[in-house]
Design a binder for this molecule. Structure first.
Ligand code: SF4
Length: 335
């Protein structure tokens, strides 16, 4: 199948809405997405930019700030994660932050231009007492006039509803990779567990933030498989973070062969084409990317970044570098 056929089909059939209420987007096979990833780079980027301009402000970038409200000591075994208790990575465990600390960080992020505040906790999933604290945080951050997002792990029935009632706008839960590669990366939770949590979130009326990680030693076919999983969620996520593995010494994935940065750009482009209304985020790994690669990602349809000095436990480009790059590219922050 050629790229024109794929893109034409996508633009004609997608009737999705950003709120995800009325989407019946087309089915994307892994082969369809592999055809995108295999296309000549110029063709792929041109198509991605064309789709991007149909649905988004071409020069707008949404800025999210992420804070770790509880760090380290996680019982899961995600092979990329320095917060897993079983790996010796030097990450210092930190109990749950106080409400005041979280509100102070949110206010500072807002003052620097962030419109969304994401709160992450290193749990397999939250206990009821954790949910109660999180709902307080969500209400307090919302009252500052910011969008709220949380990433707390697997949710039990009813927990998403409590977060939704507190006003949570987005819940992040990544699929990480393609189903066939998943067991190479994580064994303590199944792919279906993740899909179940995404269903809980969707049913509670909360927007879904869901993406994955590339550069973990997967094949291009597996990158296509990840994008197919995301694009075929019904509806597809409103927010799609694409992470580049940050290799942390002590984790099993430390020492993985580096991915060609242009493969990251191709993955962004495939996400943009297959999920045209989503906000596609260049997420972890931006610290290691040159300005030129980041610029290519924006051309390929990325329109969201994490903004701030830390991304949970790994460094994120300093806000000054972000501002300078945005100025150079003539990009502006979306409110
Ligand atoms: S990614 Fe999340 S669930 Fe996995 S080990 Fe890290 S903190 Fe735990």
């Amino acid at each position: 199948m050629n790229l024109d056929t794929l893109t034409t089909r996508e633009t004609q059939n997608d009737t999705g809405s950003i709120a995800g209420k009325s989407q019946h987007a087309p089915f994307w096979s892994v082969a369809d997405i592999l055809a995108l990833l295999d296309a000549p780079f110029n063709d792929l980027i041109y198509r991605a930019q064309t789709v991007h301009r149909q649905y988004h402000d071409p020069n707008g970038v949404q800025l999210s700030t992420l804070i770790s409200v509880k760090t380290g000591g996680c019982p899961e075994d995600c092979g990329y994660c320095p917060q897993a208790a079983r790996y010796h990575t030097g990450v210092k465990n930190q109990n749950m932050l106080s409400l005041d600390e979280v509100v102070g960080a949110a206010a500072a992020a807002k003052a620097k231009g962030a419109s969304r505040f994401c709160m992450g906790a290193a749990w397999r999933g939250p206990k009821q007492r954790d949910i109660e604290k999180m709902t307080e945080m969500v209400r307090a951050v919302k009252s500052l006039g910011m969008e709220t997002c949380a990433t707390l792990g697997l949710l039990k029935p009813g927990q998403a509803q409590q977060l939704g009632e507190a006003g949570l706008d987005y819940y992040n839960h990544n699929l990480d990779t393609a189903p066939e590669f998943y067991e190479e990366i994580i064994t303590t939770r199944q792919y279906q567990d993740r899909l179940n949590t995404l269903r809980e979130v969707r049913d509670a009326g909360i927007n879904v933030c869901c993406g994955g990680i590339v550069g973990m030693g997967e094949t291009r076919q597996s990158r296509a498989g990840l994008i197919a999983q995301l694009a075929n969620l019904n509806p597809y996520p409103e927010s799609v973070p694409i992470n580049h593995l940050v290799q942390v010494e002590g984790t099993p994935l430390y020492g993985t062969a580096a991915l060609d940065p242009l493969e990251f750009v191709r993955t962004i482009a495939a996400a943009r084409i297959t999920m045209p209304k989503a906000m596609v985020r260049i997420s972890a790994g931006r610290q290691e990317m040159s300005d030129a690669i980041q610029a290519l990602c924006f051309i390929a349809g990325a329109n969201s970044i994490f903004y701030g000095d830390k991304l949970l436990t790994t460094d994120n480009p300093e806000t000054d570098r972000d501002r300078t790059l945005m100025e150079k590219l003539g990009l502006h922050a979306l409110s």
